[in-house]
Ligand binder design. Structure first.
Ligand code: URA
Length: 426
């Protein structure tokens, strides 16, 4: 087999066989196939797409490029959630300990923020001492002892994705549904879960800009999970405004703690409950949505989910009693009266980066203390001069304009539904 003839076949719209895909991925990981040929193949896939069968073969090859977590046959379901990322999305911090408190185990592998949306690992690193670089052995041991961990993907899991993702990032081939599917699912399937839930977001603060594209990606992800016999469902959720009130790092951890104590904003609580219900049902812990909701709400409202979060923080080296540092704040006001009809969420994400709370390049240091607090939501009526956002940080004039211009105020009240579609399952 010759890489150039496989690239030509894909360029001309032919379907690759499992054997050919295996040859490409194994050769690429070994270093026999150079970056320039893999980049050409990624571009051919970007333009020609892949069939379901090809996508499944690619996912499997990427999964098999590394180790998988191993669990005893003890009847305990290991589950995880993946979100395609959105501003203010701190559901992972709540969902993992909450489900652990319901008897599931959650070996959650998360990522860092790059671009306008924040990353779970960056948020958790606001907690002094918190380690996000657990080894495979630690992930397995702590998951079984505590019920959950949240850590970065160890280099041993799906190494093909690490290499291919870095290449796609610099060759404009990230936004390809089969490549995204294989990338996300190879990492999640390496956890050897029995069920997965996917939160596929669309809108101004998300990777996918339209509901249609999010739906398409969600179907592809669900299909890849089902083909590997992992019960997989997806929710399509609106990211045309931040989730919850807080966006940043330390401020998001504080808001997640509020939810874990039975308080906090309704949208964040409801989305976390909806995703958790999916997993409780998929893992057959609860047979009905109402029973699942009752079980979850009880553990938020009685403080046991928060206690489990504290256990996870301590087990990962963090100080659960630490007071998180938050930057002094200033408020910005509505420029006119009317209804908040649009919030340009991506611009708020860019403002956080400008404040120092996010990064534009891998490896950049970030300031965990800065962030934004939403004082209004889409549809709210405001009067000129009313505070609409609290800024934790020192914005320069450009950042201040970015934040102010992110709010559109008009005569028409708009409204957004948070969860717009359910995919997979029954
Ligand atoms: N997230 C991933 O892990 N992979 C992609 O390809 C895109 C988003």
């Amino acid at each position: 087999m010759f890489p150039a003839s496989l690239i030509a076949a894909k360029r001309d719209g032919k379907e690759l066989t499992e054997k050919e895909i295996g040859f490409l991925i194994r050769g690429y990981v070994r270093g026999d196939i150079p970056d320039y040929q893999m980049a050409a193949m990624a571009m051919a896939i970007y333009f020609r797409g892949m069939s379901d069968r090809e996508t499944a073969a690619l996912t499997l090859e990427m999964l098999n490029s590394g180790s998988c977590l191993r669990w005893p046959a003890d009847g305990i379901a290991r589950v995880d959630k993946h979100s395609t990322g959105g501003l203010g999305d701190k559901t992972s911090l709540i969902l993992a300990p909450l489900l652990a408190e319901c008897g599931l185990q959650v070996p959650m592998l998360s990522g860092r923020g790059l671009g306008a949306t924040g990353g779970t690992l960056d948020k958790l690193e606001s907690i002094p001492g918190f380690r996000t670089d657990l080894s495979l052995e630690e992930i397995q041991r702590l998951t079984m002892d505590i019920g959950c961990v949240i850590t970065g993907a160890s280099g041993e899991l799906a190494p093909a994705d690490r290499k291919l993702y870095a290449l796609r990032d610099v060759t404009a081939t990230v936004p390809s549904i089969p490549l995204i599917t294989a990338s996300i699912m190879s990492k999640k399937l390496a956890e050897s879960p029995s069920a997965l839930v996917l939160d596929v977001k669309f809108g101004s603060g998300a990777f996918m800009k339209t509901q249609e594209d999010a739906s398409w990606l969600a179907r592809s992800l669900v299909q890849a999970g089902e083909r590997m016999n992992v019960r997989t469902t997806a929710l399509i959720t609106d990211m045309n405004q931040p989730l919850g009130r807080m966006c940043g790092n330390a401020v998001e951890v504080l808001e997640a703690i509020d939810i874990l104590k039975g308080q906090g904003p309704t949208d964040l609580r409801e989305l976390t409950l909806a995703l958790s219900i999916e997993l409780l049902m998929s893992a057959h812990v609860c047979s009905g949505q109402d029973a699942a909701r009752r079980m979850l709400e009880q553990r938020l409202d009685n403080g046991t989910a928060f206690e489990r979060f504290r256990m996870m923080v301590a087990a990962q080296g963090g100080n659960p009693d630490a007071i998180l540092r938050v930057h002094p704040s200033m408020e910005m006001e509505a420029r006119s009266s009317g209804f908040i009809s649009e919030i340009r969420t991506e611009d708020l994400g860019m403002a956080i980066i400008a404040l120092g709370g996010g990064r534009t390049q891998l490896g950049q240091m970030i300031d965990h203390s800065v962030g934004l607090e939403m004082l209004v939501r889409v549809g709210d009526k405001v009067d000129a001069g009313q505070p609409v956002i609290r800024v934790y940080g020192n914005p320069d004039s450009v950042t201040e304009s970015l934040i102010a211009d992110a709010f559109t105020i008009s005569d028409e009240p708009g409204s957004l539904d948070l969860i717009v579609e359910h995919i997979g399952g029954l």
